[in-house]
Ligand binder design. Structure first.
Ligand code: CO
Length: 449
């Protein structure tokens, strides 16, 4: 039995989950050396929504944040989250963009890249894993956890094996909706640990109130690393809190051996930031409670609140139960995609349309057509000919990896960007978020010292 390793998420997922990713670099800076002293396995601090939010809402260069954090954090590995071929954006990018983005991420200070695909289509992980390894990074392949009749432990074990064979240095089970419960976690981690030889990490959310007990059972089943958030930004839709997890394993064979003084100092630092966010309304007390919907309906809590909103807008909240019954049917028709952005919205909206229009698939939004055509990746199980015919008619589904249909993008973007480009990093920022990038570059020019 080895000591348990902890990845701290306060600089990324925790504030993405609780305050819409609004923590600024300035707010992080004073506590970085203390965080470095805690003895964490890694600090997750970049990727996901941080890139977009920095540019769009904080007038910050995300690359500058990375360099600043690297300047202070000298002992602890820096970790980022990458949406496979979507990088930190919302569409598939060509392989030249993927390679360049990963090269620059590692050059500017990233050590570990957690790479996932919303559909668990491993073809969408390949370019990311290959580039990460090429530039000397630690490539972690992540599996999106979901519940459906076809998502058995065996399916997840096969995915883990496949990702290990692709060269991943570790495997992460990513339970983004907090659907895992303790005993299923125990069985799943046991099975995956028995199947792969690389380290296994578990990422969950406290949304349904089961996060910390799931971690306890995961650790007993042999998981190597868990993701937690310092208590001022822990629990609710964020990760289980760091300090109680550390206390849970104190003086056991899994003892994390973290520096408790540094840990307390760091937690104390973030407390006023939490108070400030609660006062301003940036942190909504609603996200801090226990949301039992995940346990009852086995779909992400965020997806349910979206549905309620959609139905209320159309004065159709009395159809809520019918829509809830329709969701698993649409999901089955679409080949059982994991329910995570964007598939959760696509399945949810289609279920609403099917119910409100009184006829299934009378209207099919563009995104649902793209999903069924394979434009996001391979479905978990093949979609029937009948459904293909109803949704896309004579159009042919694609069988290749979606990014195989894309031309290289960087050279063209360079020409468009012109005078604004001050570095290679600027070019990537522009390719990922063209409009917010230009707005930021203009702001930067005006505020140059
Ligand atoms: Co998460």
């Amino acid at each position: 039995m080895a000591k348990l390793k902890i990845t701290e998420t306060i600089l990324r997922d925790a504030h993405q989950s609780l305050i819409a990713t609004r923590m600024t670099t300035k707010e992080m800076e004073p506590i970085l050396t203390t965080l470095d002293d805690v003895g964490y396995h890694a600090l997750e601090m970049w990727g996901g929504a941080t890139f977009d939010a920095s540019l769009r809402f904080l007038n910050e260069d995300p690359w500058e944040r990375l360099r600043t954090i690297k300047k202070y954090v000298k002992k602890t590995k820096l970790q980022m989250l990458l949406r496979g071929q979507n990088l930190v954006g919302y569409r598939n990018y060509a392989d030249d963009v993927v390679d360049s983005f990963i090269r620059l991420s590692i050059k500017n200070g990233i050590d570990i890249i957690r790479i996932f695909d919303a559909l668990n289509d491993t073809r969408n992980l390949k370019a990311g894993i290959d580039s990460c390894k090429k530039y000397g990074g630690h490539a972690q392949g992540a599996i999106c956890y979901t519940i459906s009749p076809v998502h058995t432990n065996k399916l997840f074990v096969n995915l883990a094996r496949e990702i290990e064979d692709m060269g991943a240095d570790s495997i992460c089970i990513k339970d983004m909706a907090g659907l895992l419960d303790p005993y299923n976690t125990f069985a799943l981690i046991k099975d995956i640990k028995a199947a792969v030889s690389v380290p296994v990490e578990l990422h969950t959310h406290a949304t349904s109130g089961l996060g910390s007990t799931s971690y306890l059972k995961a650790v007993e089943a042999g998981v190597d690393i868990i993701d937690t958030a310092l208590s001022p930004f822990g629990e609710g839709t964020s990760q289980p809190s760091t300090e109680p997890m550390v206390a849970t394993f104190k003086n056991t064979p899994y003892d994390t051996e973290l520096n408790l003084d540094a840990l307390n100092k760091a937690a104390a630092y973030f407390k006023p930031l939490r108070e400030k966010a609660l006062e301003s309304g940036l942190m909504d007390p609603k996200v801090l409670g226990v949301d039992i919907n995940a346990l009852i309906y086995q779909v992400p809590g965020g997806m349910l609140s979206n549905l309620v909103q959609q139905l209320k807008l159309q004065n159709a909240i009395d159809h809520f139960d019918a829509v809830l019954e329709e969701i698993p049917k649409v999901r089955e028709d679409f080949g059982f995609p994991p329910l995570v952005t964007p598939s959760s919205q696509i399945v949810g909206s289609q279920a609403v349309l099917n119910v409100l229009l009184g006829k299934r698939y009378k209207i099919v939004p563009r995104e649902a057509k793209a999903l069924v055509r394979g434009m996001y990746g391979k479905p978990t199980i093949p979609i029937s000919d009948e459904i293909l015919n109803i949704i896309i008619g004579n159009e042919k589904p694609i069988s290749v990896r979606p990014a195989d249909l894309l031309e290289p993008e960087l050279e063209k973007a360079k020409a468009e960007l012109g005078e604004y480009m001050e570095s290679e990093e600027d070019l990537l920022t522009y390719v990922l978020f063209p409009k917010p990038a230009i707005d930021y570059f203009k702001y930067r020019k005006l505020h140059k010292k």
